[in-house]
Design a protein around this ligand. Structure first.
Ligand code: FES
Length: 198
């Protein structure tokens, strides 16, 4: 795929992103989209934040919302997911996220405020495609020892369930973590505002 094709692909995705409800990836996970996303009063004043209700987001499931015309994923990781992150470290390019973008409060081994919830911008750091959520474990079409993560089909970049990029793929850095914080007794994630650790 050429860079021009990738740009077109990305534009199509972003255009469709406000209306799509469906599964992304190998049909393994339904992706509820936008339904729980509402602009907050703070968002309206800031013009840049989005509230995401995570109170019904079950382990293993992911919400996809739009923030600043970018897809943002909110993934409820299972304990197994968290345990598996540690097994991947020798396969990653930037395990400690030293060369990657995230708020200081998400520069940790889970790249998150709370380990169980990953909040990440769903745009590949290579040329901007949106990777697939591939939570299955085992021998998959692009990796014989896959432990779940995100796969960018444009040029084969792989990311773990913390958005950390594998070594030896085209994407140079981990997926970007946006600013976010928890509100409403931690039932809502507010994307676009820095709240730090709660
Ligand atoms: S855009 Fe090239 S690998 Fe993702």
């Amino acid at each position: 795929m050429s860079e021009q094709d990738v740009d077109k692909s990305r534009r199509r995705f972003l255009t469709a992103a406000t209306t799509v409800v469906g599964a992304i990836g190998a049909g393994v996970v339904a992706v509820p989209f936008v339904g729980s996303m509402v602009p907050s009063a703070r968002a309206l004043s800031a013009g840049a934040s989005v509230e995401v209700d995570i109170s019904k987001l079950e382990p293993g499931r992911r919400l996809v919302v739009e923030w600043r015309k970018q897809p943002v994923w909110v993934l409820h990781r299972t304990q197994q997911n968290l345990d598996d992150l540690a097994k991947l470290e020798d396969k990653l390019a930037d395990t400690e996220s030293n060369s990657s973008k995230q708020p200081a409060y998400a520069k940790n081994k889970h790249r998150a405020i709370k380990p169980e919830y990953l909040v990440v911008i769903g745009i590949c750091t290579h040329l901007g495609c949106s990777p697939q959520y591939r939570p299955e474990v085992g021998n998959v079409d692009f990796d014989s020892g896959w432990l779940g993560g995100f796969f960018c089909a444009c040029h084969g970049s792989k990311f773990d369930l913390a958005g950390r990029v594998y070594a030896g793929v085209p994407a140079p850095t981990n997926l970007v973590i946006p600013p976010y914080m928890y509100i409403n007794n931690d039932k809502v994630v507010l994307i676009g505002e820095d709240g730090g650790v709660v």
